[in-house]
Design a protein around this ligand. Structure first.
Ligand code: EPU
Length: 319
């Protein structure tokens, strides 16, 4: 997710922006205006994106990046929207999703797997299991795509994405493509700053040959643990990064904040680091609840919580 700071031409309506973007892409690419982001994020809240683009190829991805740069339009690249909170006023400019089949290829190469940024982590983990390859089991229950997992260095059960990445093909905002070794991408806890200036297109993952039943067993155990401690209701996963001293979920729990509600957003009873939403929630509800939790934790424990979830977009014009 990469917001580019640049002024948007004030005369551009979403329709006009969509038309100009459409004119540089092949007909197979999808371009829509006023796309509701609540449908594109797992929290199920947020306003509309001015323009939504699903490029059909790398050539089209490069073309949309070039066109938006020339026009000074802000660009955001999103995956499955599982770690994203879009404000109620929506997103000015262009949102790009690598949801077309071109970005969803998956190929096993010996003990490695090469896959497009649009591939779901569940699919990647299951393919590894099918081929008796260990080390990718932890990815199975993370509700995201490869692109999003790289960008956030997503992790679970002691593993993080970059632990198993050999290399990543990236496109910069000028449309240039290069392959980078995972070890050179400076990934850290829940972040890969390189992917603020580059779009991940494809990655090569390293597995470890193992007995299929053992891989399967570990995956099932991770799943069991996840569902025993995490809610099934709409959420963005863990809302806060874990501070060094104490996991955020434990802090929220110890302070008795589970069940705290603002409008349609509520702190999960199952896990203190999850905010879940009902069908009526707004982004403002979620943001207000985040603010309350931060304030309580700061006041009572002296700890500054930092959101893990990316917050993007504009405040709503109406109160
Ligand atoms: N805990 C509580 N109360 C709660 C929640 C947790 O006391 O309501 C305690 C647990 O008992 C445990 C500790 O806090 O002792 C840590 O909890 P947990 O094992 O659930 O792990 P976590 O640190 O809260 C991390 C990741 C999750 C990932 C799990 C499982 C972060 C911020 N979160 O959660 O990732 O699924 O480990 O491996 O690093 C995400 O990033 O969105 C996410 C869900």
């Amino acid at each position: 997710m990469t917001p580019v700071e640049a002024p948007i031409p004030c005369t551009s309506s979403p329709k006009a922006m969509a038309e100009t973007v459409r004119s540089c892409l092949s007909p197979a690419s999808v371009v829509r205006e006023n796309e509701p982001m609540a449908r594109k994020t797992t929290l199920r809240v947020g306003g509309s994106a001015d323009v939504w683009v699903e490029p059909a190829s790398e050539k089209d991805l490069s073309a949309v990046l070039a066109r938006t740069r020339d026009l000074g339009l802000p660009v955001v690249v999103i995956g499955r929207g599982s770690n994203l909170l879009v404000r109620d006023g929506g997103i000015r400019g262009v949102v790009i999703s690598l949801g077309q089949p071109h970005f969803s290829g998956l190929r096993v190469e010996g003990d490695r797997l090469r896959c497009g940024a649009g591939v779901r982590l569940k699919t990647l983990a299951q393919e590894a299991r099918k081929h008796g390859l260990a080390r990718l089991e932890f990815l199975e229950g993370i509700p995201g795509t490869v692109g999003g997992a790289l960008r956030m260095n997503a992790g679970a059960h002691g593993g993080t994405t970059f632990d198993v990445v050999v290399s990543v093909r990236v496109m910069d905002f000028g449309g240039n493509v290069r392959e980078m070794a995972g070890t050179n991408m400076q990934a850290r806890y829940r972040s890969c700053p390189m992917l603020r200036e580059n779009v991940a297109i494809e990655a090569l993952f390293q597995g470890l040959p193992d007995d299929k039943a053992c891989v399967d067993g570990r995956m099932k155990e991770f799943n069991r643990r996840r569902w025993a401690s995490q809610p099934a209701a709409p959420s963005a996963g863990c809302m806060f990064k874990n501070p060094e001293a104490t996991p955020a979920g434990q802090l929220v729990d110890e302070l008795g904040l589970k069940g705290t509600r603002v409008g349609g957003a509520v702190v999960s009873q199952e896990h203190g680091n999850f905010i879940v939403t009902d069908g009526q929630a707004t982004s403002a509800d979620v943001l207000a609840l985040i603010g309350q939790i931060k304030a309580e934790v700061h006041q009572r424990r002296g700890i500054e919580l930092e959101t893990e979830v990316e917050v993007i977009g504009e405040e709503s014009a109406s109160p």
